[in-house]
Design a protein around this ligand. Structure first.
Ligand code: GLU
Length: 558
C-alpha cells in the first residue's frame, strides 16, 4: 500500500478533489488591498466582550478597505454547542451595530463561499486530509486513551515534552513496516476507530539553539519568532470531524480570508497552524492576535476578565443595563486605538466610522477594561446623541428589559424635555449614562417612582414649612427663570438667609444660612433630592398642578 492508496482506503468516495474545491471557491475579486476578515465564534451560547472586541476589529478592517467581513460558525466541538446560540450571536452583535457582509444569517447563508457552518463542511476537510495522507504528511493513528496515558507517563519519567510525535506513535512510520501497514489496512476495513494526525516535519526536543523558527509578522504584535511545531497533532477526530486547528486552516484558505483576527490565547498553537498551511501548500493569512481584556479588580490586581467573576464580560450585561450601543462602540475604540480619544476631541460631532482605525495603534499587551471609563465615555456619547433618539432607545430597552418603567414612556414629548435639561448649557450637563441609571436619574419626575430621598439641610430645617408656604403663595407658573429666582431670593432674605453663599461663609453669625439652603427645601419638595437639574425648568415641564401638589404634600407631613 502506498500513500495514495491509504488515502483512498480511508476516504473512498468524496464528492470533489482539492483542485475542484479551489475552483469552487476561487480567489475573490476585490479591489487591491481589500481585507477579508471573519468572526469564527463557537456556538456556546455565551457571547462576550472579547467577541465584540474582535468583531469590531474585523468589521473596521473590512469596511475601511472595501473588503468582506463574514460570520463562520465553528461548531466542531459538539460538546460545547447549545441551541439558539447562533441567533444569540447574530442578534447581540447586530445590537452593537456589527454587521456581516457574508456568512451565516438567521435566514440562511449569504455568499459564495459557504457553507459557513463547519459541521456542514465535513467533506471539504476530509478531502484535504486525504491530500495530506496522499502526500505522506498525515497518517491514521489507532492509539487509544490508555496508550496515550502510558506514553505520557513514560515521557514524564524521561522528562521530555509530552505528546505524540516522532518515535511515539507506531503508526507514524507505517510505510516502512509491512506489519503495521497490514494492521492499518485490516483495522480500517474492520471499522476500528482512529484519528488522523499530521506527520510533523519539526525536530522534537531540539535545544533552544537548534529549534528552527518561523519569522512572521503579526499585524498587531509585529515580528514574531515562532518555533517549529513537532507535535503530530490530530487533524481529524475519531468522529470524522476536524479539530479547530485543521478546520480554520482549510476554511480561511478556501474562504479567501486575508486577515485572521483572534485572541492571544491562540498564539501558542500558531506553530501548528503555520505547519498546516505549509503542508497544504497555502499562503499564510496575516495573523492579528489581539490582547486579552484585563481589569483591575477590587484588590488592585490586574487580571483577565473572567466569565465566573465578572458579569461585565457578557454582552448581555450591557444590553440589560441599557448601555447605548454607540457608547460601547465608542469605548471599545478607545481601548483599541490609542489615538482615538485625541481624534474624538478634535472631531466631536463626527461619525465614529470616519475615524481611521489601524492595527499599528493596537496594543499587544493586556487591554485594560474599566467600567468607570465606559461610563464617562457613555456620558459624552449620549450628549452627542439626539434626545429623540435617546428617548426611543430607552423605550425599546424598557420593553425588552424593564417593562416596569412603561409609565415613563406614556408621554414621549415630556420625556424628551426631561432628558434634554441642561444639555445645551455653556457647560452642558452630562447626566445620562445608561438606561437603568437614567431611569433612576429621572425617577423624581414620575409619581410612580417619586419619593423624598434627601433631608433638608440643617440650616433650614426649622424654617422648611414656612419656606414652602411662602413659596406656594408666590409661585406663578408664568414667571421666567429670572423672576422665579427673584422670588426665592426674597423668601430667603425675608427669613434671614444670605443672598450669596459667600456672605454666609464670611459672617455665619449674621444669617441662618443662604439662598441655596432655601432653594434646597423647594428642590427636595419637588424632586425629592438636594441635587437635580435646573429646578425652574423641571417645574415648567411638570406643570403648575403637579408642582403645587408636591409642595402641598410636603406641607402636610409632620
Ligand atoms: N472558534 C474559535 C473560538 O470561538 C475562534 C478562533 C478564531 O477566531 O480563529 O474561540
Amino acid at each position: 500500500m502506498n500513500n495514495i492508496e491509504l488515502g483512498n482506503l480511508i476516504y473512498p468516495s468524496l464528492p470533489h478533489t482539492p483542485e475542484e474545491y479551489e475552483a469552487i471557491y476561487p480567489p475573490r475579486k476585490l479591489p487591491a488591498g481589500a481585507m477579508v476578515t471573519r468572526l469564527g465564534p463557537s456556538p456556546t451560547g455565551f457571547i462576550h466582550l472579547g467577541n465584540l472586541y474582535g468583531a469590531f476589529v474585523d468589521e473596521r478592517l473590512a469596511y475601511q478597505s472595501q473588503g468582506v467581513f463574514y460570520l463562520r460558525i465553528e461548531d466542531t466541538d459538539e460538546k460545547r454547542s447549545v441551541e439558539n446560540a447562533v441567533e444569540t450571536i447574530i442578534s447581540s452583535l447586530d445590537f452593537f451595530d456589527i454587521r456581516f457582509n457574508e456568512g451565516v444569517t438567521p435566514e440562511g447563508d449569504i455568499g459564495d463561499y459557504g457553507s459557513y457552518t463547519q459541521s456542514q463542511r465535513k467533506d471539504i476537510y476530509q478531502t484535504f486530509a486525504k491530500q495530506l495522507l496522499a502526500d505522506g504528511m498525515a497518517y491514521p493513528c489507532f492509539l487509544t486513551e490508555e496508550d496515550l496515558n502510558s506514553i505520557r507517563s513514560e515521557q514524564e519519567e524521561l522528562k521530555i515534552t509530552p505528546g505524540v510525535y516522532a518515535g511515539w506513535s507506531r503508526y507514524r512510520d507505517w510505510s516502512s513496516s509491512r506489519e503495521i501497514a497490514d494492521e492499518i489496512t485490516k483495522r480500517i476495513k474492520a471499522g476500528d476507530e482512529f484519528v488522523i494526525r499530521l506527520k510533523s516535519q519539526g525536530k522534537p526536543n531540539a535545544s533552544a539553539e537548534e529549534t528552527k523558527r518561523h519569522e512572521i509578522n503579526d499585524a498587531i504584535r509585529g515580528k514574531l519568532s515562532v518555533p517549529y511545531n513537532f507535535q503530530d497533532v490530530v487533524i481529524i477526530k475519531r468522529t470524522g470531524i476536524p479539530t479547530y486547528h485543521f478546520a480554520h486552516v482549510v476554511d480561511d484558505h478556501l474562504m479567501r480570508t486575508t486577515h485572521v483576527v483572534r485572541g492571544e490565547e491562540w498564539l501558542s498553537s500558531l506553530p501548528i497552524h503555520i505547519e498546516l498551511f505549509e503542508a497544504l501548500g497555502w499562503e499564510l493569512p496575516v495573523y492579528c492576535h489581539t490582547a486579552q481584556l484585563m481589569k483591575i479588580d477590587e484588590s488592585g490586581n490586574k487580571r483577565k476578565l473572567s466569565k465566573r467573576k465578572d458579569p461585565e464580560l457578557s454582552l448581555d450585561y450591557y444590553r440589560s443595563e441599557g448601555y447605548h450601543p454607540a457608547s460601547v462602540r465608542e469605548y471599545l475604540m478607545t481601548i483599541l486605538n490609542s489615538d482615538f480619544e485625541e481624534w474624538r476631541a478634535e472631531n466631536l460631532e463626527a461619525d465614529i466610522n470616519e475615524f481611521n482605525f489601524t492595527m499599528e495603534k493596537m496594543s499587544g499587551s493586556g487591554a485594560l477594561f474599566d467600567l468607570n471609563k465606559l461610563n464617562d465615555v457613555s456620558k459624552n456619547t449620549l450628549l452627542r446623541t439626539e434626545v429623540s433618539e435617546i428617548a426611543c432607545w430607552l423605550r425599546d430597552w424598557s420593553r425588552e428589559f424593564a417593562p416596569e418603567y412603561a409609565y415613563v414612556f406614556e408621554n414621549m414629548d415630556t420625556l424628551e424635555k426631561l432628558l434634554d435639561i441642561g444639555r445645551h448649557d455653556a457647560r452642558p450637563r452630562a447626566d445620562l449614562v445608561y438606561a437603568r441609571q437614567i431611569m433612576d436619574f429621572i425617577g423624581y419626575f414620575f409619581d410612580e417612582s417619586f419619593k423624598i430621598q434627601d433631608e433638608y439641610p440643617d440650616e433650614v430645617r426649622s424654617d422648611a414649612k414656612t419656606i414652602l408656604e411662602k413659596y406656594l403663595e408666590t409661585y406663578n407658573y408664568s414667571d421666567d427663570n429670572g423672576a422665579w429666582f427673584a422670588k426665592v431670593r426674597s423668601i430667603a432674605s425675608e427669613l434671614g438667609y444670605a443672598l450669596k453663599p459667600k456672605d454666609f461663609k464670611k459672617n455665619p453669625q449674621d444669617y441662618k444660612g443662604h439662598v441655596g439652603h432655601v432653594s434646597s427645601v423647594i428642590r427636595i419638595a419637588v424632586t425629592g433630592k438636594t441635587q437635580s437639574p435646573d429646578l425652574w425648568t423641571i417645574q415648567q415641564i411638570m406643570g403648575e398642578d403637579k408642582v403645587r401638589q408636591r409642595i402641598s404634600a410636603c406641607l402636610k407631613e409632620d
